[in-house]
Design a binder for this molecule. Structure first.
Ligand code: PSU
Ligand code: MN
Length: 304
């Protein structure tokens, strides 16, 4: 096994058999600007504590996998420039080379599993990018959900992605996609979309049972919980469509490719909406943290 450095609270929760919720760090380094990124990370951790679970933000710091970050480590990571974005392909290399890296959804799931954590909260997952039929740009997050047994709570997928194709890949890969409390698949900034979610569940207990059942059947992989953004934080799809189109055409014109695509689009959308997108993003991540904490508690009871 590789060395894992736990924060004091994560270590104590593990020793006491208390539920933990994993959090990713790419959202901090590549998904939101400083200083809001660090503020939001702290608020999200507090939501999880208030809801009765323990947060564990995951990152690689100087070659050591950290599960739970102390406040000063989080602060330093949030301000650092040139932190690598590490996914399944690069996390082992980052550790082996003694570097610092922020974990994507895929890498955070891998670390969570190593640490015995089964629930993870974030904002949006990576997916199939628009134009994937020529670029082949499909996030490793989707394939991770098919093989690593962690329940990921997100607010659906951003419209920077091709959502129908994203759902098709998840179906092909056998990943349960579960809308929480509604029939339609939430569209990140908006609670509703025109697409039906493949599955719907109305309680954290059902969601926990579904993951435990999946594992008990010998099926690898996790599940994607699509939790709609709270109504008072929504941004209408019509408002964002032209912004997304502009960000996408700039990315194409500048030849942005590979792992730089998602951070580029997120940054441009933030700039073009003058922070309105960020306020919505913060509200939905906090909402996801609360649901993840409930699921983690239910899961802890089932597996106790
Ligand atoms: N989507 C968001 N916010 C994010 C990300 C995606 O709305 O911060 C980040 C997550 O860390 C996700 C990663 O795992 O981007 C996906 O990157 P890629 O598309 O290169 O796989
Ligand atoms: Mn990609």
């Amino acid at each position: 096994m590789i060395e894992i450095h736990y924060s004091a609270e994560a270590r104590a929760a593990k020793a006491a058999g208390k539920p933990l919720v994993a959090l990713e760090s790419t959202i901090i380094t590549h998904g939101m600007p400083y200083p809001q990124n660090v503020e939001v990370a702290a608020q999200v951790e507090q939501e999880i504590r208030d809801a009765g679970a323990t947060p564990a933000t995951i990152a690689v710091i100087n070659g050591v996998l950290h599960v739970g970050l102390e406040a000063e480590t989080l602060q330093a990571l949030g301000q650092a420039k040139e932190v690598a974005k590490v996914s399944r392909a690069d996390m082992p290399a980052c550790i082996a080379m003694g570097k610092t890296g922020a974990t994507t959804v895929a890498a955070t799931m891998i670390a969570a599993q190593l640490a015995g954590i089964s629930v993870f909260a974030t904002g949006g997952i990576g997916g199939v990018h628009k134009g994937a039929e020529t670029s082949f740009d499909i996030s490793a997050d989707l394939l991770e959900l098919a093989q690593t047994p962690v329940t990921v709570v997100a607010a659906g997928a951003k419209a920077i992605l091709d959502i129908p194709k994203t759902l098709e890949i998840l179906e092909t890969q056998g990943v349960p996609v579960i809308a929480y409390g509604q029939d339609s698949f939430p569209a990140f900034w908006s609670a509703q979309s025109e697409l039906m979610a493949p599955l719907r569940m109305d309680s954290a207990a059902e969601i926990a049972r579904a993951q435990v059942t999946r594992t008990a059947m010998g099926l690898p992989g996790g599940q994607l919980i699509a939790n709609p953004i709270p109504g008072d934080a929504e941004i209408p799809a019509e408002t964002l469509a032209p912004v997304i189109a502009q960000a996408q055409s700039e990315a194409d014109a500048q030849g942005i490719s590979g792992k730089a695509v998602t951070p580029f689009l997120l940054q441009r959308i933030f700039e073009l909406t003058e922070g309105r997108s960020l306020a919505a993003n913060i509200a939905l991540v906090r909402n996801n943290a609360r649901l993840a904490a409930k699921i983690a508690q239910e899961m802890a009871e089932l597996t106790a």
